[in-house]
Design a protein around this ligand. Sequence first.
Ligand code: SF4
Ligand code: MG
Length: 283
Amino acid sequence: MATLKDFRNNIKPNWCPGCGDFSIQAAIQRAAANVGLEPEQLGVVSGIGCSGRISGYINAYGFHGVHGRSLPIAQGLKMANRELTVLAAGGDGDGFAIGMGHTVHAIRRNIDITYIVMDNQIYGLTKGQTSPRSAEGFKTKSTPSGSIESALSPLEVALAAGATFVAQSFSSNLKQLTSLIEQGMQHKGFSFINVFSPCVTFNKVNTYDWFKENIVDLEEIPDYDPTNRVMAMTKIMETNSMLTGLIYQDKSKTSYETHVPGFREEALAKQDLKISEQDFEKL
Ligand code: SF4
Ligand code: MG
């Protein structure tokens, strides 16, 4: 059985020392080993940005795509090989600006892949411009007087788009992050995981200390029910999208590919669908 080391390769990441992306890479490698995958059973697809390099740093199938297009590639990969565990990863600029159309439609399509957004609230690779996740008033080279736009709430968007798995974590919380990626990989449908990943070089506002002060862990909220969509939306709004943990999961929906003629029989045979063939025909 593969261990964490089997998902490592000999390429040294060229992220800045202290970048949150290192921990996300480690969490993916740990989660892949913990769910019992072998390297050849995992495909990692990334977009463009500092985060986009991640597909080259994991010993698995890797595809470094173009800006904002990790999700179309990842969905195509899953449709072509349903046996593969597919993981897409990219930054907040990649997924919530140029790639936002893909993000929303991939969420509502509910293909069985895991999407990790490495959210540093800035464009890092291009040396520090305002991203869709930057807060109002955020000063960068592209907004020297402060951003006049409000920040996007990806968790609200995901829930509104019909997500069946919504989670958020922090790169410093390796235990929680690894567990959420494992749960995302095991979820039968599209798993959306937003991860706060500080950019230590260009974002001097949303620092490690800032996240530690502002994050609200779901474990602090008594009687939280991750199957309750209304409760999830309410808590996201109450905490200004700073909630971390498994925020919402709906296990009742079957994933997109199991509805596609030709692949249905395959899903039934694997018992991914716990229903009779007769009922299945009515879907
Ligand atoms: Fe990480 Fe920022 Fe450096 Fe890019 S510029 S590697 S996001 S710290
Ligand atoms: Mg970014």
